[in-house]
Design a protein around this ligand. Structure first.
Ligand SMILES: *Cc1c(COP(=O)(O)O)cnc(C)c1O
Length: 399
């Protein structure tokens, strides 16, 4: 009690205190697929309302409930639930909220998996979708039809770091009776609380910052208990259940989120500032830079700007590839949000996965590199990216 008055660091450490209380300082791992009942009466009771009772891990597990308690408090949500991945959170939510004949609106710049749900999965189920330019304030309202049930938002967007005006879209959606579901993966509740801005539901790839150590795939959803119950009914059927040990690792990761995030923020800011001055770089996408076209909007809804930035290399596709090849402290990897710095060249990664048309439709330039700053020393990361940019500039100059 009284935790909602506390700061994020206290919440991250204590919000699950009363969820399966135990005298163990670190929470025990409930590595079990099922729970037994004392007698037939208890079994019948639990089977009728498995929520909040020990029944079967696909329906819920103490380690899930502990993560959910902390995430709900951090996101200023009434409730939360966990899933086996970020994508499981998204697909379960969408399947729980929309039906054939309904219409869903999403963003043009959005995580690739989210784009594929909008472009491929939902239309196959008879759900129509529209993707709009989220930098254009009126675009969402213009796309609303009488059949629109849900708007999928993501800010900052992956990988272009575009900002969506969460406050105004939430207000518009509310007057039209449309639900809003925001991907808060890049910001985390430390930097942005969509529910405080009027958004109905939040989801995360907890694989990223929430866990923070690149060793778990997980997802979370947070929002009103009544809506989450509707989604939970589908989660039980789709069965994308998080393993108890992974839930335990996720809780352990979240404990230090409030300490890690400011370091990701300051590393991201330092890299963006250093690279925006470099002649090998033609453009830096980072909402913390005053030169970002939506910097003022970002500052009005975020407390920090995160560790992810995208840079365009003046020398094109080859220069982007060469730049990553020269980095010493960044692994070439598609993920982000862990303590270790990672870099990816989306156009190169997608070459084998997407058609040329889909790459063009994503709006991601061929010369773009996404950098995810870890928690290493700022000086080391800045020195590393500047040396790589110098090497690319020198190679281009000598052609
Ligand atoms: C990684 C990511 C996802 C997908 O999450 P998984 O845990 O990989 O399923 C969704 N949204 C964003 C913004 C991401 O970066």
């Amino acid at each position: 009690e009284g935790l909602s008055m506390s700061g994020s660091s206290t919440i991250a450490i204590h919000a699950d205190r009363d969820v399966y209380p135990s005298r163990a300082v670190a929470r025990p791992i409930y590595q079990t697929a099922a729970f037994w009942a004392e007698d037939a009466e208890q079994f019948a009771q639990v089977a009728v309302d498995p929520r909040g009772h020990d029944f079967y891990t696909r329906y819920g597990n103490p380690n899930h409930a502990q993560v959910a308690a902390v995430v709900a408090e951090l996101e200023h949500a009434e409730a939360a639930m966990v899933t086996a991945s970020g994508m499981a959170a998204l697909t379960t939510a969408v399947l729980g909220l929309v039906s054939a004949g309904d219409h869903v609106i999403g963003q043009q710049s959005t995580y690739g998996g989210t784009a594929s749900v909008l472009l491929n999965l939902l239309p196959r189920l008879g759900i129509t979708t529209t993707q709009v330019d989220q930098t254009e304030p009126g675009a969402f309202e213009r796309a609303v039809t009488p059949r629109t049930r849900l708007i999928l938002l993501e800010s900052p967007s992956n990988p272009l770091l575009q900002i969506t005006d969460l406050r105004s879209i939430a207000a518009m959606a509310r007057t039209r009776g449309v639900l809003t579901l925001a991907d808060n993966t890049f910001a985390t509740p430390l930097n942005q609380r969509p529910i405080d801005l009027g958004i109905d539901l939040v989801w995360h790839s907890a694989t990223k910052y929430l866990n923070g150590h690149s060793d778990v795939s997980a997802g979370v959803l947070a929002g009103p208990a009544e809506i989450l119950n509707q989604i939970w009914d589908v989660a039980v059927l789709t069965g994308a259940v998080l393993g108890p040990f992974d839930a335990w690792l996720l809780l352990r990761g979240i404990r230090t989120l409030p300490m890690r995030m400011p370091r990701h923020d300051s590393n991201g800011q330092a890299l963006a500032e250093a690279l925006s001055e470099h002649p090998a770089v033609s453009r830096v996408h980072y909402p913390g830079l005053p030169s970002h076209p939506q910097h003022a909007l970002a500052a009005s809804q975020m407390r920090g700007f995160g560790g992810v930035l995208a840079v365009e290399l003046a020398g094109g596709y080859e220069a982007a590839d060469a730049f990553i090849g020269r980095l010493a402290h960044f692994h070439r990897s598609a993920s982000l949000g862990g303590v270790e710095s990672l870099a990816v060249h989306p156009a190169a990664m997608w070459r084998g996965m997407l058609s040329e048309q889909d790459i063009a439709a994503s709006g991601v330039p061929l010369n773009l590199v996404r950098l995810a700053a870890g928690t290493e020393d700022t000086e080391d990361l800045v020195t590393d990216v500047l040396a790589a940019a110098d090497a690319v500039a020198a190679a281009t100059g000598s052609d």
